[in-house]
Design a protein around this ligand. Structure first.
Ligand code: XMP
Length: 327
C-alpha cells in the first residue's frame, strides 16, 4: 500500500478519484493486511489523520486502537475537541500524555530539521514504539499524503511522518509496519474521501495543520513558554481569518526581539508574523490579499492580548520561494 520512493507511488489526481471506490478498496486492503491482529492509529485531528481514522475504523472496528498523542505543542483545547468529535462519530480515542517527552527532546534545538527529527523520533520510536510493544499491535495506520512524500524526497522539508522514503525501516527500528492508505492522494482528494466517509464538514474541510504542530511556528528553540505565546497568537489569527475561506492561515513567533513601547516605556519585545495562503494543494501558494482593516485588527488584538508582543507583520511572499510553514 505504501513504501519505496515517490516515483513508485502512483498519484491519483483528484479529478480522477472515485472516492466511493477508493474507500471500498482501501478498507479491504487494510483488513487484509492487518488480518486478525490489532492496529494502532495516530490521530492528530488534522484532515489526513481524521480521514485515516474513519477508514481504519470502517476496516477494523474495535481491532483499531486510536490514540491521540498530546505532545504539548497543539492548539488550544485541541485534545478535548478531537476526542469529543470522534466520540460523536462512535470512535473511541485514547489520549496519551507525552508532553514532557516532547519538550525534553526539543530542549536546546534551534535547527529546523533537527527539531523535525526530534519530533519524529519521540513520536514514532518512544511513544508509538512503547504503545505497540505493550499492546501487541503490529501495524500503525497513518495519514501521509502524496505532497508530504514529494516534498521530503525533493529535499525541501522533512515532513514529520515520512519514514520509509528517507530510509527508515520501521519494522527494524520501531517494531511495527506503517500503513499509509492516503499516500496516493493530494489534500483535495483526501477531503473528498473524508466527505464520503461521513466526517462532518468542519473536519474534512479543516485548514491543514502540520504534524510538528506549533513547533513548526516557533523560530529557534521550542520551550513551553514560547508555545504558550504562539498558542495565544494562533487562536487570534484563527478567530479572525477563518471566515476568509483561505487555504491556511498561521502565526509565527520570531526569535529576534525589537524595540517597542509598553505603558509609555521602552520595551524590547517579541515579533509575530502572520501568513495567510491561497493554494490548491500546498505545493504552491500565494498570500491572500487581506483587507487592511483585518490586518490592523490582527495587529491590535495580538499586541493587546498576547503578553510581550510589540510587533506584528504580514508576509507577502509566494511559495516558492517561501514555504507555507516557517520551519
Ligand atoms: P510547507 O511548509 O512545506 O507545507 O510549504 C506544506 C503543507 O504541509 C504542511 N506541513 C506538514 N504536514 N507534517 C505534516 O503532516 C509536517 O511535518 C508538515 N510540515 C508542513 C503545512 O502546514 C502545509 O499545509
Amino acid at each position: 500500500m505504501s513504501g519505496g520512493n515517490v516515483v513508485e507511488i502512483q498519484e491519483i489526481k483528484t479529478e480522477n478519484l472515485d472516492a466511493d471506490v477508493f474507500v471500498q478498496q482501501k478498507t479491504s486492503e487494510i483488513a487484509d493486511i492487518v488480518g486478525r491482529g490489532l492496529a494502532i492509529n495516530a490521530l492528530s485531528g488534522g484532515v489526513d489523520s481524521s480521514v485515516v481514522t474513519m477508514l481504519g475504523h470502517k476496516a477494523l472496528g474495535d481491532r483499531l486502537r486510536t490514540c491521540f498523542v498530546d505532545n504539548g505543542i497543539m492548539r488550544q483545547g485541541e485534545p478535548e475537541r478531537v476526542v469529543w468529535l470522534f466520540k460523536e462519530l462512535g470512535v473511541p480515542v485514547e489520549v496519551v500524555d507525552a508532553k514532557q517527552q516532547f519538550f525534553d527532546a526539543l530542549r536546546g534545538l534551534t535547527d529546523p530539521e533537527q527539531k523535525r527529527e526530534a519530533i519524529t523520533r519521540v513520536f514514532y520510536k518512544e511513544v508509538f514504539g512503547d504503545l505497540v510493544r505493550k499492546s501487541g499491535a503490529k501495524y500503525l495506520l497513518q495519514g501521509t499524503n502524496y505532497t508530504d512524500v514529494e516534498e521530503t524526497v525533493a529535499g525541501i522539508k522533512r515532513q514529520h511522518n515520512i519514514l520509509e522514503q528517507v530510509g527508515i525501516n520501521t519494522q527494524e527500528q520501531y517494531g511495527y509496519t506503517v500503513i499509509e492508505p492516503l499516500v496516493q492522494l493530494r489534500k483535495s482528494g483526501v477531503r473528498e474521501v473524508g466527505r464520503v466517509l461521513g466526517l462532518p464538514e468542519e473536519m474534512y474541510n479543516r485548514p491543514p495543520f502540520p504534524g510538528p504542530a506549533l513547533a513548526a511556528r516557533v523560530i529557534g528553540e521550542v520551550t513551553p513558554e514560547k508555545i504558550e505565546i504562539i498558542r495565544a497568537a494562533t487562536r487570534i489569527v484563527e478567530e479572525e481569518l477563518s471566515s476568509t475561506g483561505a487555504f491556511q492561515y498561521l502565526a509565527i513567533l520570531h526569535q529576534d526581539r525589537v524595540t517597542g513601547i509598553k505603558d509609555g516605556k521602552r520595551d524590547y519585545g517579541l515579533q509575530i508574523e502572520i501568513r495567510c495562503w491561497e493554494s490548491k494543494d500546498a505545493k504552491e501558494g500565494s498570500p491572500t490579499r487581506l483587507p487592511y482593516e483585518i490586518l490592523e485588527k490582527l495587529a491590535e488584538s495580538i499586541t493587546k492580548r498576547v503578553p510581550g508582543v510589540v510587533s506584528v507583520t504580514y508576509n507577502i511572499t509566494r511559495k516558492p520561494p517561501s514555504t507555507i510553514e516557517a520551519i
